[in-house]
Design a protein around this ligand. Structure first.
Ligand code: TPP
Length: 339
């Protein structure tokens, strides 16, 4: 007789083996895409990329508790795992990286990694850090005002929590008990500035008490822990009990962007230590331990994902360039197109 589903940690969370495999596949897509994007940059084909390696566990884990087509996603530039869960495809992501005409986020106008999709409910962010926090609170306010069953997920780094926008957004969301979940991906650096020069508290989650909302700390390399925290916060938001701040302790394995040299502010040993707690490896070990994925199936899955990413890159590279004549569209007043 098969063991009851609840006998495993994922079963207790209501996650089937198939769902677990889909989560793992998304982690692999995020990691493989990330490595490939950096190679495209080094080959001179992608002007600028933002690595996500190390963050995928908390991105995929938290995003998994959101509902496509109902909830609204407010990611930041490192959140490739979040937007993959939201439904953006690797092909669409590479269209943005190559600034192609069909880039669904901005038709090649925005910086790469500033994702937006009307179809999927992903809100395009501005580059100034933390400007998306008041947006998230405002969207949650609108959803509640209209009586919609929408939860807003809002992701950001530890550096964002040093901005005034962040404090105002959280305060407003808590006062109005808004359906929003704030997720901090704390990699302990805002580019080169370490956490201890940004704040005097050990945990960003401590700040939640100052606004009157729960603050939760989770291991960002533990996909299931991130999922569990987000699911609880999501349910709380839907019950009308207001926002939650989730802090995922995570690591950035690569420089801040393709333009950064992280050897100037952290040691190779520090990065090596961080790589010892890799969310992809941790989740892979969990799947093996619970007999969800054997070594041969894992090899097949990795090959399949690599091929998918290579196909996406080839197709996006061949896609038409944005027409220079359209450069001013959606920026300046266009006679004949209304206000
Ligand atoms: C208001 C503002 N100040 C400074 C910058 C430059 N900047 C871009 S990313 C970044 C670091 C943000 O760090 P964090 O929020 O911790 O996220 P991480 O990049 O570590 O994932 C900074 C300072 C900016 N974009 N906006």
């Amino acid at each position: 007789m098969a063991a009851p589903l609840t006998d495993t940690p994922h079963g207790a969370l209501g996650l089937s083996d198939d769902e677990l495999l889909a989560m793992y596949r998304t982690l692999l897509v995020a990691r493989t895409l990330d490595e490939a994007a950096l190679r495209q940059n080094r080959m001179g084909r992608a002007p600028f990329v933002v690595p996500a390696a190390g963050h995928e566990g908390c991105q995929v884990g938290t995003a998994w508790a959101m509902r496509r087509g109902i909830d609204i996603w407010v990611p930041y530039y490192r959140d490739v795992g979040v937007v993959l869960v939201a439904g953006l495809t690797p092909y669409e992501i590479f269209l943005g990286i190559f600034a192609k005409a069909d880039d669904p986020c901005s038709g090649g106008r925005q910086m790469p990694s500033h994702w937006g999709s009307r179809r999927l409910g992903i809100i395009s962010g501005s580059s100034p850090i933390a400007t998306q926090i008041p947006h998230a609170a405002g969207i949650a306010y609108a959803a509640r005002y209209r009586g919609e069953d929408t939860v807003v997920g809002c992701w950001f780094g530890d550096g964002a929590t040093s901005e005034g926008d962040w404090h105002e957004g959280l305060n407003f969301a808590a006062i109005h008990h808004l359906p929003v979940v704030f997720v901090c991906e704390n990699n302990r650096y805002a580019i080169s500035v370490p956490q201890h020069k940004q704040m005097a508290v050990r945990d960003v989650a401590d700040r939640a008490a100052g606004y009157g909302m729960p603050g939760v700390v989770v291991d960002g390399a533990d996909v299931l822990a991130c999922y569990a925290a987000m699911r609880e916060a999501h349910e709380r938001a839907r019950r009308g009990e207001g926002p939650t701040l989730i802090e995922c302790k995570t690591d950035r394995f690569l420089p801040h962007t393709s333009d950064d040299d992280d050897r100037t502010y952290r040691s190779p040993e520090e990065v090596e230590r961080a790589r010892g707690h890799d969310p992809v490896a941790v989740f892979g070990a969990y799947l093996r331990e619970h007999a969800v994925l054997g070594p041969e199936a894992e090899d097949r899955l990795r090959a399949e994902v690599r091929a998918e990413i290579e196909r996406a890159i080839a197709a996006a590279w061949e896609a038409p360039e944005a027409d220079p004549a359209t450069l001013g569209l959606h920026v300046f007043h266009e006679p004949g197109r209304g206000r």
